[in-house]
Design a protein around this ligand. Structure first.
Ligand code: FAS
Ligand code: PHB
Length: 393
């Protein structure tokens, strides 16, 4: 068996793992990233599109924000569409100067891959049988297989950045974990198409036929979603059926203005809220989707992964550079305080904007009252806006 020694072993090379790895690398803290797939596979996953200010700040801190500053789209607001009309949520005004950056997770991940290559960070891809071991004492290690060979990485800490289906959370005894979950009775059918966005800011639409979202990746590439049944299959949706349904769910002026065309990516994402507590077990830390999942309605998934990385990096930096364990010991509590506020916001946005199969007449009236309250109250809009741009770290 090959044996390697590092300070922090990171399981997972998605946004969490790559961002944490880069911040550690820049601070001179040795780390190795493992992933069961390779870079092309990771870059082939189409996911988030909206970055909070904090996430952009971490990309700057990582020294990986060059292309994002050039190609990212700064958005000062977005529209809520319901009852045939659109209502602008002016983030810039309501938050006294904050906005969001529209820049696909794929591009953010690509930038972090490039930065890691430039700075010589060690990553090992296409591994299997990854196992975090002995993390309940001070000499943890991780075993894995690569090309049929057994390997072992001895380390001080293990960062479980391996997503919802990863091994890190599964490696923790069930008795040590408390999980909270809500599965939504619908999914999101998303398409990518090289057509110009229907307008230059995002549109979140509530309609009796279901939710719709108009987003983008650039002025020439649109990202659209419609709420679909949980058991819907991608292959049962032709492009024409998608475009027709999307237009039915938008105000007429937007439906008529929409440019359609062939999709080159089409996928269905299930929606769930999930949190597992705590986010630390001895020398194993869970980060991002490994610890929590939110419905994408509030654009929080990727951004929560970033704030987890912020808290864990601060802890590891203080441990190695200041010889202090205080911030590291506070990681789980600090991260979960912000996680639950984003879980609440994502649940609220999802409940307000989607059509629930079981909803009663009363539920519909409450949903309409919620939307009207926001459209008519600047204070209600300000609360939505401060959550959307991202609560402070
Ligand atoms: P990730 O899941 O991105 O990365 C985990 C990595 O760990 C993967 O590369 C995986 O290969 C690796 N891994 C897993 N098990 C392993 C093992 N046993 N050994 C080694 N490696 C292992 N968020 C939004 O904000 N907006 C959206 O619109 C949005 N859409 C989404 C659509 C889908 C289908 C999904 C699944 C998520 C979506 N998200 C969205 C959330 C998403 O962006 C996540 O929040 C983000 O990818 C979290 O990043 P990570 O925590 O790094 O986890
Ligand atoms: C996206 O562009 O993929 C996107 C934007 C906002 C969301 C979810 C997804 O809330």
């Amino acid at each position: 068996m090959g044996s390697i020694r590092t300070q922090v072993c990171i399981i997972g090379s998605g946004p969490s793992g790559l961002l944490l790895g880069q911040l550690l690398q820049n601070a001179g803290i040795d780390n190795i990233i493992l992933d069961r797939v390779d870079e092309d596979y990771i870059l082939g996953r189409v996911r988030a599109g909206v970055l909070e200010t904090g996430t952009c700040g971490l990309m700057k801190q990582a020294g990986a924000d060059g292309r994002m500053k050039k190609e990212g789209l700064i958005h000062h607001g977005f529209d809520l569409a319901f009852g045939g009309n659109s209502h602008n949520i002016n983030l810039l005004k309501l938050t006294r100067g904050q906005s969001v950056m529209v820049y696909g997770q794929t591009e953010l991940t690509r930038d972090l891959f490039d930065k890691r290559r430039q700075t010589g960070g060690q990553s090992i891809y296409s591994v299997s049988a990854v196992e975090p071991r002995d993390f309940d004492n001070i000499k943890p290690f991780v075993t894995f297989k690569k090309d049929g060979q057994n390997h072992r990485i001895d380390c001080d800490f293990i960062a479980g950045c391996d997503g919802f289906h990863g091994v890190s959370r599964q490696a923790v005894p069930e008795s040590a974990l408390k999980t909270y979950e809500r599965v939504y009775p619908f999914g999101w059918l998303g398409v990518l198409a090289d057509v110009p966005p229907v307008q230059d800011e995002l549109i979140y639409a509530n309609h009796e036929r279901g939710f719709a979202l108009c987003s983008m990746r650039s002025p020439t590439r649109s990202r659209y979603y419609i709420q679909c049944n949980s058991d819907d299959k991608v292959e049962s949706w032709t492009d024409d059926a998608f475009w027709d349904e999307l237009r039915r769910r938008l105000p007429v002026h937007l439906a008529e203005a929409m440019k359609t065309g062939p999709s080159f990516e089409k996928s269905i994402a299930p929606l769930r809220s999930f949190v597992s507590e705590p986010m630390r077990f001895g020398s194993l830390f869970t980060v991002g989707d490994a610890a929590h999942i939110v419905p994408p309605t509030g654009a929080k998934g990727l951004n929560l992964a970033a704030s987890d990385v912020h808290y864990l990096f601060e802890g590891l930096r203080d441990y190695y550079l200041e010889n202090s364990k205080i911030t590291l010991d506070a990681y789980s509590e600090r991260a979960l305080m912000r996680v639950w506020k984003a879980v609440r916001f994502s649940w609220w946005m999802t409940t307000m904007l989607h059509r629930f199969p079981s909803s009663t007449g009363f539920d519909q009236k409450i949903q309409t009252a919620d939307l009207n309250y926001i459209a008519q109250s600047e204070l209600a809009q300000a609360s939505l806006a401060e959550n959307y741009v991202g609560l402070p770290y």
